[in-house]
Write a protein that binds this ligand. Sequence first.
Ligand code: ZN
Length: 306
Amino acid sequence: MNIPMQNSRYRSVSSFFRFLFTACLLMSVHGLASAGDSGTVRAMVIDGQNNHQWRVTTPIMVKALMSTGKFSVDVTTSPGKGEDMSGWNPDFSGYDVIISNYNGDLWPESVRQHFTQFVSDGGGLVIVHAANNSFREWGEYNRMIGLGGWGGRTEEDGPYVYFTDCCLVRDGTPGRGGSHGRQHEFQIQIRDARHPITRGMPLMWLHTRDELYDRLRGPAENMDILATAWSDPTTGGTGRHEPIMMTLNYGKGRIFHTPMGHADYSMRCVGFVTVLQRGAEWAATGNVSIDIPDNFPTSLETKSIE
Ligand code: ZN
């Protein structure tokens, strides 16, 4: 009479442990695949060399990420320009996303290998402003960023990519890669409103004063343009709609690239802050849970954080 009861109890204990085991397994697999065990996105910012004021701009980006409560952020600072880099070998393995605020000397081969491995294995990467000036000579990096400027880039590095009033153009015309007109406020036009980064964003919003990079060129493989900005000839621009928010895939990795972010006043734009937060979360996890704030810029009015 008791045997069925015992069996039944045994079965229920057994299935409870099976459930526990499966749950732990799923959690650990999830932990490996995306964010840390706590759900926190582990971010690393790389700086140390830049023809921009990285000592000013890195803290703005760190604060922007930390203010969401969704990130932990470390910063690795390379040796200065022309200095020996052989002792600098950041360990990327504990991170979900790398944010590059770096434009300078070519990294040592071991760092480049680890970086390439990190992204191709599924790590996230965010490229901000002059980080896309870096490393013309490093082919894999240019595949990750899609488009770059300066550093001697020409038609040999890939096409110009931009929108005309009708179409997306890949333009192989010979010429330099990378230039910009006078700094000014300019409108960001969303081209893909269904992407997690742009979903719910006003389709046109006014960015604070910044350099509007134009004539970027590169391999532009596996690249989607989420937003553009009209590069107005009256401010020294190209008369093209230049890419201003791009996503790319490299191996299993996700990359978010924005040419915005020349200076502190450019990065204090609520639009830039939101784009950085959501771009970094997407690059790390493939999803976005960070809201668009109520004080987001409108098509005619910029908004800045304190
Ligand atoms: Zn700049």
